[in-house]
Design a protein around this ligand. Structure first.
Ligand SMILES: CC(C)(COP(=O)(O)OP(=O)(O)OC[C@H]1O[C@@H](n2cnc3c(N)ncnc32)[C@H](O)[C@@H]1OP(=O)(O)O)[C@@H](O)C(=O)NCCC(=O)NCCS
Length: 174
């Protein structure tokens, strides 16, 4: 198994590569209004659209993993690295199964994912872009050591989203 495909074990969760068979619950999560409202792409997804997107992805530019809860072996969310350029990447996360919100699972998963980025993928800097009113996400990022560097606007499909660009280096990961 290449290092890009290995399972990453945490305490209550593990991370594994996303596959085509994950499509049904990813589409369900992404279409949930409470999740979709934080995404820059507001398009309603279908399994067909998702798979079309999935097959087009360039593995050198983005990596998508699934967060699985160990005890019940249940898929509960996703993490990714996108816009990979040399030693920098942008990270994202989504806890799709809302039963797990507020339980520290996202923090554990994202910390594990960032460690993977720094230690195995050798990133020197990881950024996140978050809507400025996504308080749970901003707080989680800050707790892991991210610092807000810039406020900007993202334009997507005629909409404008005010965002914070936050960043972290390995030495600052808590
Ligand atoms: C953002 C998201 C991953 C956070 O998940 P979560 O289950 O709340 O996260 P955790 O339980 O791991 O909490 C992590 C930390 O964030 C903080 N936090 C979470 N929700 C908070 C809230 N509503 N207000 C303030 N702080 C909050 C907590 O203090 C917690 O730290 P602690 O464990 O030391 O107390 C989840 O809400 C989600 O998937 N949202 C939809 C998708 C999304 O917004 N993704 C990110 C933007 S692309």
């Amino acid at each position: 198994m290449s290092k890009e495909n290995k399972i990453i074990y945490g305490n209550r969760i593990y991370l594994r590569k996303m596959t085509e068979s994950d499509a049904p619950f990813i589409v369900e999560w992404r279409n949930d209004p409470e999740i979709k409202k934080w995404m820059f792409n507001q398009e309603e997804l279908t399994i067909e659209k998702h798979l079309e997107w999935y097959k087009k992805q360039n593995a050198s530019k983005r990596i998508d993993y699934i967060i699985c809860e160990t005890k019940n072996n249940q898929c509960i969310g996703t993490v990714n690295f996108i816009n990979i350029e040399g030693s920098q990447a942008e990270a994202g996360k989504m806890l799709g199964n809302k039963n797990y919100w507020g339980g520290g699972y996202a923090k554990e998963a994202f910390r594990l994912w960032l460690n993977h980025g720094f230690d195995n993928l050798k990133f020197k800097k990881i950024i996140v872009r978050t809507m400025i009113n996504n308080i749970p996400n901003i707080k989680l990022n800050e707790k892991l050591g991210f610092k807000t560097k810039e406020k900007t606007i993202i334009k997507q499909s005629d909409k404008e989203y005010p965002v914070f660009i936050m960043e972290i280096e390995k030495k600052d990961l808590k």
